[in-house]
Design a protein around this ligand. Structure first.
Ligand code: ADP
Ligand code: GLC
Length: 488
């Protein structure tokens, strides 16, 4: 039995407060499992406008004012109590001039130009707040928005008697987003220029937040084993592969779990009927409900419904979908897609619906209820990602008996098993990032769907797999313990 530890999480998203992608699902679920396994967890989030709309009770301010210094001015932040959920304590860093905005990171016009200031301030405020409200054994920072936390902790705060023995873990959820800023960021953040070196934060003449986290954290994790290997190569490392390789001994692939309280068809509160492995009947009702939600006609059972829920970003592979659209439209199927993101991909998906209304229906919006309805009502789920650190939707799909068709990359490769022999497999995979290979994988799935008996067996194999947080949380605890040992 491990001894009790206190872990402080720093992240920019967390269900149910604020979400744009899977990071929010992870921060919303992993801490509660760490608490169940006997540890204390505090989660810090910026008090974005989206977060403040979730605060029902009167705000309780725990710290009135912390001073965060910049080159020729100070900012002052307060710390707001976010209450306790499932034993996890939530604290919000309030700085309205930086966080009380329409969006989290930027608008259609581009990223907010002061993101360097917003997220560096967040990291420094978490350290300052922890000194007053509770110093943890380990700080666990997530993605580039929190990457400056280990940098501060192990440089300008290294001699702070309150923090000197704290360990740090940094998790990369997506190496494609790094936080690149101008070299002057160094002095604007009052950091010594010797941090701005190629073996530290400098990267092709920019100040790179993510790189800072990679260099300074005691231990690194990413969200699947396969992605931990991939980011050490030029294809996936987004120019940081050498830094990842340099830290390979401290880099761990820990597959994300999923929150089955939220994502399980036996009790999902957003779907038309409940079902499970012992009784699949409800899935047909969910399918009708889904088609209705997309204003699509009811379809014969022999026509499969294919689903997509995604950020519309280059990462997600929709250029492959565009390439095969005409061929897909010749097949007996109906595809429903839900997503938002880059205008280019939003328009691309919309144009598919316009050209082939009898085959494609698209909703360009963010809608959690509809996301659940797609997981439950579709027969197959498509994720042709160019890269995918973990991917949660294919794991949800497995539990909903919605057979995933995925590119064999990152967490998609680790979680979906291709059928090699009859009676095996939970989905369909393609390897090269090629439209023809994607189409071929869909065709294999369509062929299998035509044989309903073996299709049902495949659904049931997927539904039986357990990707709960129990095992991954135990792996994080072992890692925190090794970091604590190293620091003591
Ligand atoms: P990523 O974090 O790269 O976006 P993941 O598969 O890890 O990919 O997680 C995506 C999460 O965001 C899932 O919970 C998915 O249901 C949700 N999601 C993405 N787009 C939408 C949308 N348009 N509406 C509702 N939920 C969405
Ligand atoms: C990122 C990745 C996704 C992963 C999620 C949670 O957004 O793109 O693959 O599942 O983080 O770790």
């Amino acid at each position: 039995m491990s001894s009790h530890m206190h872990i402080v999480f720093a992240a920019s998203e967390c269900v149910p407060f604020v979400k744009t992608g899977g990071l929010a699902d992870v921060i919303g679920a992993l801490p509660a499992e760490l608490v169940r396994q006997g540890h204390a967890v505090t989660v810090y989030l910026p008090l974005f406008r989206a977060v403040s709309t979730q605060l029902t009770a009167k705000r309780q301010i725990l710290i009135q004012s912390l001073t965060i210094p910049f080159s020729d001015y100070n900012r002052f932040v307060s710390v707001v109590d976010g209450g306790t959920r499932d034993g996890v304590r939530f604290l919000f860093i309030d700085c309205p001039e930086l966080f009380d905005r329409e969006a989290l990171y930027g608008t259609a016009a581009g990223d907010y130009p002061d993101n360097w200031e917003r997220f560096a301030l967040f990291c420094r405020a978490v350290l300052e707040s922890s000194k007053q409200l509770g110093v943890p054994d380990v700080f666990h920072a997530h993605d580039w928005q929190a990457a400056m936390l280990p940098v501060y902790l192990h440089t300008v705060y290294a001699q702070d008697p309150a923090l000197a023995r704290c360990g740090s873990v940094f998790t990369i959820h997506n190496a494609g987003y790094q936080g690149w800023f101008s070299p002057q960021t160094t002095e604007r953040l009052l950091l010594p220029w010797d941090l701005y070196r190629m073996d530290r934060l400098e990267q092709y003449d920019t100040f790179n937040f993510l790189k800072g986290g990679l260099v300074f954290a005691d231990a690194l994790t990413t969200v699947s084993r396969k992605y931990a290997e991939e980011i050490q190569t030029a294809e996936f490392g987004y120019a940081l592969e050498a830094t990842f390789r340099r830290r390979a001994a401290d880099l761990h692939g820990i597959l994300n779990g999923v929150d089955y309280d939220q994502w399980d068809p036996s009790h999902d509160r957003f779907i038309a009927a409940h079902y499970g492995p012992a009784n699949l009947a409800g899935k047909a009702q969910c399918r009708r409900d889904l088609l209705h939600a997309f204003d699509a006609p009811d379809l014969p059972e022999t026509t499969p419904v294919l689903g997509i829920v995604s950020r519309f970003a280059t990462q997600k592979g929709f250029d492959l979908l565009a390439e095969i659209a005409e061929r897909l439209a010749e097949r007996e199927l109906f595809l429903v897609a839900l997503g938002t993101g880059e205008p280019f991909y939003e328009n691309l998906l919309r144009s598919l619906q316009e050209r082939f209304p009898h085959r494609f229906a698209v909703r360009v919006q963010y809608d959690n209820t509809l996301a659940h309805k797609i997981e439950a009502g579709a027969d197959m789920f498509l994720m042709p990602s160019r890269y995918e650190p973990c991917g949660l939707n294919q794991i949800y799909s497995l539990r909903y008996g919605t057979v995933p068709v995925v590119r064999a990359t990152g967490g998609l490769d680790d979680t979906v098993a291709e059928t090699v022999n009859p009676g095996e497999g939970t989905g369909f995979k393609f390897h090269s990032y090629e439209a023809a290979d994607f189409l071929h994988a869909i065709d294999r799935a369509l062929g299998c769907f035509a044989d309903q008996a073996s299709w049902q067996q495949m659904m049931l194999r997927g539904m039986a797999v357990d990707y709960s947080w129990k095992q991954p949380a135990a792996e994080y605890i072992a890692l925190y313990e090794s970091v604590v040992r190293r620091r003591s």
